[in-house]
Design a protein around this ligand. Sequence first.
Ligand code: PLP
Length: 412
Amino acid sequence: MGNFWHPFSDMASVEANGEFVISHGEGVHVWDADGNKYLDATAGLWFTNVGHGRVELAEAAAKQMKRLGHYSTFGDYVPDVTLELADRLAGIAPVPGSKIFFTSGGSDSVETAAKLARRYWVEMGQPDRRYIVGRTKAYHGMHYAGTSLAGIPGNIEGYGTLVADQAHVVWDDPQDLRATIEQLGEENVAAFFCEPVIGAGGVYPPPADYLTEVRKICTEYDVLFIADEVVTGFGRIGGSWFASGRFGLEPDMITTAKGLTSGYLPMGAVFVSPKVADLFFEPGAGRWFRHGYTYSGHAVASAVALANLDIIESEGLLEESARLEQTLHTAFAALASHPDVVEIRSGTGAVAAVQLADAPTAMAFATKLRRFGVATRAAGAGAIQISPSFTMTDAQVGELVAAIGAALEADQ
Ligand code: PLP
């Protein structure tokens, strides 16, 4: 029996069938412990946006670690490199004048934004605005608020009552948001959480006009609009740093992680618009957000994030992501007519999904795909996740589609 308890796993089955041990990565490939090479179709868990094996990131980490591993960011302390990163992020924020609240990852970012939304309304003299609304199919990390907001049934069930005052709306119907706010009473609703492209729930691009509609509804009822860009941020939705920028959403808060460091170190950030942040920066008001993490703004993670942003800029990876959006859309269309494929979802960002019959089928197919040289995973209710590094070439996308096509044709 091994000692590692895998997240999100049937451990009895892992024990019975063995672990898939990854030893190293380079570019868009990873190798297992036996030396077999795989195309990494998912960029790890949607994060290795700049590809594996980036020496620049290793060097940035080593340089910072020799200078200062981390200190504290509570009170008035802060490592210099953290300030540099906050300024850099504020410079690319879709909402000008945003403040940056650092966290240790995506779940922390969601928890931070959920708590800050409630604190905002308390400070605004509307403490009854406590409801936080999420969507079906949603994934917002696995802390309490995020689990409560989850729209994937298996992720929310089995814990009893989680965070009170949460509601769910149908993922693709803006009018359900309107109806829910009206039913709860707008005076009771704090915020709406929205993944611009649903990720872990199965890669669902938003229907046309959905995002602008829900943004408008939030403005109309003065409900805070929180874009969860843990997956979509830092270029995943091609051509733009954030999906919020591409769709002109101007969120009140944006939750991020993953692509901030391309996953080389754990780090998250909440972008807080002036509408929310200014209240807590107001001279003499004495309001503070009593919230934070030991590793908020971690110095080495900050140095790696800066180097990661440098790579994205210097190699034009936002444009490469836009190229991949097109290539994936065109190349994966070839699989749509296969009898085992229910649907292909693509065309918004460097993501795609191959929808199979159900979750067990997709999990078995993801395992089978390794024999065809592809590492991927099942997401949502039976989809194969495609979310490569932005450095994946068009030819490599061709290899990926060919391998999936061959696996679909193979009997076992
Ligand atoms: N929000 C979204 C949209 C995510 O996809 C994820 C993780 O996949 C999270 C939050 C949670 O991030 P983490 O796993 O870093 O806590």
